[in-house]
Every structure is written in structure tokens, then in C-alpha cells.
Design a protein around this ligand. Structure first.
Ligand code: RFL
Ligand code: PHB
Length: 393
């Protein structure tokens, strides 16, 4: 089997890259370890930057998003009972975010791929990357017991944090930066009306909480929990009462509770691999970097990697300038580290830690300052809506 770009992973990174390349006539094959149903069952992101939405538009996959996505012009921060709205639109001169779930994005991209007939192979096993530093790399894998060799010009490793692409890189060619946070997020999805029209981030003495949503009838809530907690110890009732306890009384009074559709605990981690290109292999999205979810940046960062790689691949194939691909790491990492910084800052400021007295006072000051002036709020807004993508000349 032969293609131009072998894409490992059919999460949002792989599917979006595949669709954009296909539209430009650049041949690609996507291989995925799981089934489509399994991929769609993972409940993750809900907030899309406008850059993400623009890229979906370029891929021609916005029909459902335009109909069902909701534009949000602001978010609220409630810190020790003091509430401030961050007016995203006003503070950024017109930018907003879109509420549309990762599940829906993935479903739309899967449907578009099926409709255009580009090949995706689900349920593959024993994926291995070969000869990444040569001009003729390949990906080998098993499908239904048959051994397949996929020859290609380039490999896009879109296989998430635990996938084989990053593991295929020689240890002395890669540098990894990591921070693990001493807590996790317990998330609950329910078919209940969201507590308010906009997202609310809460910093409370009992811990962080987030009120989010997927639609006007579907809510997504999170509470900070100790990393030793187990989801089976959290009945729906226990979750709802903990969430209520972290909200101001007037807000908690509006909380509509109901049975959970999904409930899970996610660990929080910051991680960056440098560089993101190794010979003919490119790491994209979670395969290269992880952010804690507090800044809503993970999926959005995956999209900016895709934007950069897609545009550089166009230069390589359509203008015969393959050397342009050497810029991939440098351009991607500039934006990655800014999003890492913002996600680390949101996490560090809004969650409870076991701080020493000095660090605790500094955190108190940060919490009080960050919502206190229009300039401080503007910094949050600018990062939350997403920093601009670097144009590729
Ligand atoms: P994914 O989604 O992990 O997809 C990788 C795919 O690769 C497949 N794979 C393999 N395929 C073939 N062979 C193998 N050996 C393979 N090994 C793995 C996997 O099965 C999978 O299908 O990575 P991708 O595409 O880079 O997308 C990244 C996003 O999923 C992630 O960054 C976001 O979900 C993060 N995130 C959020 N991001 C946002 O931008 N806004 C948010 O509001 C937001 N909220 C969140 C989040 C992540 C969360 N969790 C659970 C970590 C909320 C949460 C709770
Ligand atoms: C979500 O709706 O799942 C969500 C929203 C905002 C975040 C993280 C997750 O910062």
C-alpha cells in the first residue's frame, strides 16, 4: 500500500489534517487503533477558538457546526465569592469562542471523510514506524490478522499522548518537558439545562469547579478532586452536592441536577516534546504536547499544529519546496509554549494546592489581581479566545 502522507490516529488532529490535505489533492491514509464508536465515546473538549472554526470551514465541514454550535462572547470567573465576567468580545476587539463538542467535531470529520472516499482503516494493531529519517519511510501494522506495509513520503503522528509515534523517536533526539499536577478533574455530563448561558470557572476553598455545556439541554460540569479519588466512589448525588457547595448560593439555586450520561476522572498534566519533527515524521496535537484542560486549549493547539503542517505540506507538494517543512517545529512550538503558559497559569491560579505560606499569599494576590482591572481581564480574554496563527509565506 502506498500514499503521500500516512496519518496515524483518527482523533480530531488526524481527521482534520486528512480532510484538508485531501481537499488539496494530497493523498493520505489514516490508520486508527480503535473503532469509530470508541473514538466518539470519549467525552473531551467543548470550547473551540475561532481559528479552529476557520480551519473547519477551510476543510468544508461546518454545516452542523454552523447550525448547532453556539458563539460565546464571555466567561465568568468566581474567585472566593467575587464574580467577574470576562467580556471576551469587548476585551479582544471582537473575538469570541464556539461551544461545540469534540465528539461532534469528530463525528462531522468522520462523515466528511467517508463522503469523499479517502481511506481510513480502523481497528489496526501493532503499528510501527520504519525509516523515519530516510526519504522512504513506512508504517507497518496488522489488520484482521494481515500484515500491511504503508509506504509514504511523510508520517503525521496524530496518535495522542500514548501513541507509538513519539515512542519511535530515538531518545537522544528528543527532549521532554513535563509537570504533573497533584489533582484531577471529575467530570459529569448530563441532559440538564446549563446553569447559565456562559461558562463559569470557580475557585473556592473546597477546590476548583467548572460549569460548562454542550448545548442548551446538555451540561458538562467538573470539580477538582484529589488524585487518589476513584470515580466509583462518586455517586451522581455526591457530585451534585459537591458542585453546589463550590458555587455561590444564588448560582447554586439555579443548578438543575439529573442522572449522569458520563462520569470520569482526568489527570492534569503539562507536557511538551521538542522538536516536533524528526526526519520525515511530524508529531501533531496530543502526541507532541498536553495541557491541563483549565484553559480549554488542548484541541485548539492540535488545530494550530494541523494548520501549520497542512500549509507547509502545500508548499512542499504544490510549490516543490519540501525544505519549508523544516520550519514545522519552530513555528508550532512558539504557539505551543504560549498556550502551555496560559493553561499552567489558569490551573495554578484557580486550583487549590498544599502551598507553603509564601506561595499561598502569592496565589491569593494573583487571584485577586487577575480579575481586578480591565488590563488584567484583557490578558485572560486574549489568551482564552486563542492567540493568532502564524501566517506561512
Ligand atoms: P486524540 O484525541 O488523543 O486522538 C489520538 C488518536 O490516535 C489513536 N491511537 C492510535 N491509532 C493508531 N495506532 C495506534 N497505536 C494508536 N494509538 C493511539 C487514538 O485511539 C486516538 O483516536 O489526540 P488529538 O487528535 O491530537 O486531539 C487532542 C484532543 O483530543 C485533546 O487535546 C483535547 O480533548 C483536550 N481537551 C480540551 N481541549 C480544548 O481545546 N478545549 C477543551 O475545552 C478541552 N477540554 C480536554 C478537555 C481534554 C480532557 N481530557 C479527558 C483529557 C476536557 C477534558 C476532560
Ligand atoms: C468542557 O466543556 O469540557 C470544557 C470547557 C472548558 C474547559 C475545559 C473543558 O476549560
Amino acid at each position: 500500500m502506498k500514499t503521500q502522507v500516512a496519518i496515524i490516529g483518527a482523533g480530531p488532529s488526524g481527521l482534520l489534517l486528512g480532510q484538508l490535505l485531501h481537499k488539496q489533492g494530497i493523498d493520505n491514509v489514516i490508520i486508527e487503533a480503535r473503532t469509530p464508536e470508541y473514538v466518539l465515546g470519549r467525552i473531551r473538549a467543548g470550547v473551540l477558538e475561532h481559528g479552529f472554526v476557520d480551519l473547519m470551514r477551510e476543510a468544508g465541514v461546518t454545516e452542523n457546526m454552523d447550525r448547532e454550535g453556539h458563539i460565546h462572547e464571555g466567561i465568568s470567573l468566581i474567585i472566593n465569592g467575587r464574580r467577574e465576567r470576562i467580556d471576551l468580545k469587548k476585551l479582544t476587539g471582537g473575538d469570541t469562542v464556539m461551544i461545540y463538542g469534540q465528539t461532534e467535531v469528530t463525528r462531522d470529520l468522520m462523515a466528511a471523510r467517508k463522503a469523499c472516499g479517502a481511506p481510513s482503516i480502523y481497528g489496526v494493531a501493532n503499528v510501527a514506524l520504519q525509516d523515519i529519517y530516510s526519504d522512504h519511510p513506512s508504517v507497518t501494522f496488522e489488520k484482521d490478522g494481515e500484515q500491511i506495509v504503508l509506504e509514504c513520503d511523510y508520517i503525521a503522528g496524530c496518535d495522542g499522548f500514548h501513541g507509538p509515534s513519539r515512542q519511535a523517536v530515538p531518545k537522544d533526539a528528543i527532549r521532554e518537558f513535563e509537570r504533573i499536577y497533584p489533582f484531577g478533574w471529575l467530570g459529569l455530563l448530563s441532559d440538564t439545562h446549563p446553569i447559565e448561558d456562559e461558562l463559569i470557572y470557580v475557585s473556592h476553598e473546597r477546590g476548583f469547579a467548572l460549569c460548562s455545556m454542550r448545548s442548551p439541554t446538555r451540561s458538562r460540569y467538573y470539580v477538582q478532586v484529589d488524585q487518589t479519588e476513584h470515580v466509583q466512589d462518586w455517586s451522581d448525588d455526591r457530585f451534585w452536592s459537591e458542585l453546589s457547595a463550590r458555587l455561590p448560593e444564588d448560582v447554586a439555586a439555579k443548578l438543575e441536577t439529573g442522572p449522569s450520561i458520563e462520569k470520569s476522572i482526568a489527570p492534569l498534566r503539562s507536557f511538551v516534546a521538542e522538536p516536533m519533527k524528526f526526519g520525515h515524521l511530524f508529531l501533531v496535537g496530543d502526541a507532541a504536547h498536553i495541557v491541563p484542560p483549565t484553559g480549554a486549549k488542548g484541541l485548539n493547539l492540535a488545530a494550530s499544529d494541523v494548520y501549520t503542517l497542512y500549509n507547509l505540506m502545500r508548499k512542499a507538494y504544490q510549490e516543490q519546496r519540501p525544505e519549508m517543512l523544516d520550519l514545522y517545529s519552530e513555528i508550532s512550538l512558539r504557539r505551543v509554549w504560549k498556550a502551555e503558559r496560559f493553561s499552567w497559569w489558569m490551573t495554578s491560579t484557580l486550583h487549590n494546592f498544599n502551598h507553603d505560606p509564601f506561595s499561598q499569599r502569592i496565589q491569593d494576590a494573583e487571584r485577586s489581581y487577575c480579575i481586578s482591572t480591565p488590563a488584567a481581564r484583557a490578558g485572560i480574554a486574549e489568551n482564552y479566545v486563542g492567540l493568532p496563527y502564524e501566517k506561512i509565506e
